[in-house]
Design a protein around this ligand. Sequence first.
Ligand code: ADP
Ligand code: MG
Length: 251
Amino acid sequence: MSKPIVLHIDHVSKTFGGLDALSNVHLDIREGETHAIIGPNGAGKSTLLNVCVGGLEPTKGKVLLAGTELTGRRPFEINQLGVARVFQTPEIFADLTVVENVMMAMLSHRDGAFRLRLLSRFGDRSETGLRATKALTDLGLGGHLNHLAGALSRGDKRRLELVMSVVQQPKLLLLDEPTAGMARADTNATIDILRKFKESGMTIVIIEHDMHVVFSLADRITVLAGGRVIAQGLPDEIKGNPKVVEAYLGE
Ligand code: ADP
Ligand code: MG
């Protein structure tokens, strides 16, 4: 029996002026799968993710999370429903420590000012603080707990963001090129972290350019080109697909 559908992208199109960034994209993501979305620059990958998190309204079609319609909702509300995202620019609180950043993420159902008051009251010895410390230690950031997040290396900032997303225990994690601009060692550390998420049963959608990352993690792959799905299948089916090879020519 196949697993339940977590994310249902139902015939989504998005036009910008006269440009069809997405044309009739239909895609189901099942519980526990790691699904990679690949395709040349300008294929519509980021647009598709933005439509899922409420950053953009589709021109046609809709997106559902476990049967609940996401289309038309605000990004904050979609996050509350269980969609966590890690985008190309790290979204961290530079003036808070690493452990405080993770505590803020754990308290994400509260508004910002209230969370800051809670933080000053809780401290990192509270239960929330200890859980944050454990998550950071498990994922290799234990040496930076009390450093200011703004002072971390680029790779560690991305890693911190991953920890912040996972402590929210999302139903779905969306990643837009999480290893972009990373050196090989940081990329491999990121693969290790995502593998742990995957082993814990998390459902993951990852947009990724680096084929080493894609083939290390993906259970299934969707290939976008010119806003359309041109291929979909298991990694081995995608690897040798002539349409995919053709789409990447001239990159
Ligand atoms: P990818 O992430 O696959 O590189 P994008 O989703 O960023 O591609 O972009 C798909 C197409 O839509 C591109 O041609 C891009 O220039 C265009 N596009 C993306 N966002 C906008 C926008 N906000 N306004 C106008 N055009 C956009
Ligand atoms: Mg993009």
